[in-house]
Design a binder for this molecule. Sequence first.
Ligand SMILES: [Zn+2]
Length: 295
Amino acid sequence: MSEIMKAVILGGKARVAVSDTTDIVNQSIQMHQLSPLAAAALGRTLTAGAYLSSNLKGKKDKYSIVVNGGGPLGKIVVAGEAGCNVRGFVENPYVELPYKNGKLDVGGAVGKNGDITIIKDLGLKEPYVGVSKLISGEIAEDFASYLLKSEGITAAVALGVLTDMRGCRAAGGVIVEAMPDATDEDIIILEDIMTNFSGISSMLAEKSAKQIMDFYFGHLDAEIFPSQKITLQCHCKKKIEGVVRSLGRNEAESIIAESGKIEVRCDFCNTVYTFHQDELDKLFGRAHGNHSKFK
Ligand SMILES: [Zn+2]
């Protein structure tokens, strides 16, 4: 099970989230045939997304993250909503690069000549749009920099995906946010603890999110909340039907007359939806069809 466990620590002067996203990264690998490198880049971004999802308050609140660094991976797109539902894809899921310092070269694949953009729809008149320059393309420090520059949140972020021959062995992250009343001493304590998580994915191969939370944060005047389940979910059927409906009945019917069907693929979950005349009749209603005329 993928999960996120959160706590308030230091008597309310900081918040921490520890997540295990191994399952949803493995599901994404299956769904998109991701290379290990693409799995690492998307998995880190999905983990950041799960964190954003867990912070949404309204039932209909949602967001999207686009990381566009100009590298061979292309764009990373992650979307999600309240309730810890996430989904995502990368433009080039097959990307491979030589290892860098014995590790997957996520920064090289993503590139760093670009931005991370986060759009939040919180049910207000206008969505909130935050953009910040990428630092390294390694995602964790890009996300931390985004939080500081766009949302004024001082945060330390560790994200990791450990792959092996069979897929993702472990993935997840630790995110600590310092509240405005955190003292310099608090920040030093938190920075010191964060140095333990440079290999967060290897740690998650051995320990659960709860064990990590208890061991590293449990002693810091912590109030630890029950973990929330993270799920990989796509709600694309209605969206895709809307795309076909927007063609208009005449255009849609002329495509079917020419090609026999209309196919639309959802980028997020790779599902292909096929529409024949029957499905069009259902979509547009039968009123103007030539099927059930009264004599
Ligand atoms: Zn979908």
